[in-house]
Design a protein around this ligand. Sequence first.
Ligand code: ADP
Length: 229
Amino acid sequence: MSNHPAPLVVARDLVKAYGRTPALRGAGLELGAGEIVAVTGASGSGKSTLLHCLAGIVRPDAGSVTYAGERVDTLPEHRLSELRRTAFGVVFQFGQLVPELTALDNVALPLMLDGSARPAARERAAGWLERFGVGEQRGLRPGQLSGGQAQRVALARALVTGPRVLFADEPTGALDSLAGEQVMTALVRTARESGTAVLVVTHDAQVAAYADREVRLRDGALAGAGVAA
Ligand code: ADP
């Protein structure tokens, strides 16, 4: 980015413990509009907890998270779920598609929850499946898809509503390296086209290499930041 606009998502001094287990100990992060940032670090270093705090899924014990200048961590639950539905997309290691629904209806679902009529939602969903190279699989259920296909359907579902931020937690963690590359290539291309910012949590250096920047966690705090690509 040329003229340093205010970051879209800002986390400062985040502290979070699960009982006596500290997960975050002062971690912070900034994500610019359209920027792709990888969060890396050893297992247990707090990567997922950081992502969950930023996405408004987990409330930190201390510190702050803002989205477009608005505090996220203190929002009442109904406002938070609205924000998650409209501004954020999420994808996890295992796509967590609805097993009873076809690929097409999985992707149409968030649009219908937002009030779209089914035919319009399905038409838009079909376009997103095409963009991710799984258009031909539209009529299949998740159990009939390969892991890589399922993740591309999950990405289509996460992006179909046009979120400004995509939170991806080990999106290729369950895939072999070829399928992982296909998923990351599709993710990065689509995010660039739509100007969606991406925060991707990964323990895989190959995945981190797709990002503009890498942020490394150690024991729940920043270990240092550098340019990854
Ligand atoms: P990472 O994503 O880097 O593996 P996590 O954020 O998942 O790290 O975990 C950080 C620490 O918090 C670990 O010690 C983990 O065991 C602990 N932790 C994470 N989630 C929970 C939970 N829901 N309940 C209890 N402990 C948790």
